[in-house]
Design a protein around this ligand. Sequence first.
Ligand SMILES: [Zn+2]
Length: 318
Amino acid sequence: MDCFEPIRRINSRGGCAPHLSIRFDSHLFSIDTSRSPKSCIQPDAYLITHAHSDHFGRSAMLSPKAIASVETARALEIRYGRRYAGRTFAVGESIMVDGVEVRTHPTGHTIGSTAFSWKTETGESILVTGDVKDYSSLPHCDFLVAEANYGDPYDPSCVFEDDLAGFFEALESGASFGAYAFGKAQRAVALMRAMGYRDEIGMDEQSLILTRELMKDAAGPLTEVNGGGTNVVTPWNLSHVRSQNKYFLTGRRDTSYPTIQLSDHLDFRGLMRMIEHISPEEVLVYHPEGKRASMMAYHLKQCGMQTTSLDLIEKFFR
Ligand SMILES: [Zn+2]
């Protein structure tokens, strides 16, 4: 699509900075990338879709040109112990950047996770997804920049279903759970409350601070590890937990604890449904870099869709 130009920054070592920027009309937006050095071309804004480290908010958060949801900005501050220097928005609201409206859409991947969309002066639309668990709030667009965390149709681990029944059963049995502090831990607590669990939930320090601050009252009563009827702790702290049954909430298979499948992501089928829902004319697969993105781009091409991936972008700036 000619109106949108995906472009990558070359960093000081000669390699590509993470992810990409999009140029349209007279604008340049960088997405999920690290800051450009002062001597380099500066984008209109650094958009941060969420606070996971592979989306580079740790670097972008230090720029006054950073744009992130209130929750993402706070999560970055807690995780990295630095002050967020940019602007914030409430997910679902628009934010103006140099006279352009940037619309924001929830994706259900983490608390505060956001997709961004814009319209050009001539009315074409673009959407960048970030990581997605729930695509129902994403609008139609002409040019889609999509994630592909589980985008490889030939990899059996890219097709899965959350084991909510297994999670409920484990919770009833008094088990405790290993979950990464940002994202999975809040998903686990939200699910427990939705399943009717009212007792205190024990959490280790990072998980406790993040869950209290990001979920507020919806988290219900939280306490320190072993202080309640169950625990949600980072996986390496599961050994300190007194419960008899312990599970790691993950799709990974290489763990020493039994696992319960609970994902922050769409699986391959979900990604395909998302693309159908958005029904773009062209797709650029942008995350994660590497095989998964290429395989999904290849699959979409086979389905007759105009598709490209990050490794095929040929425009660069410094
Ligand atoms: Zn993520």
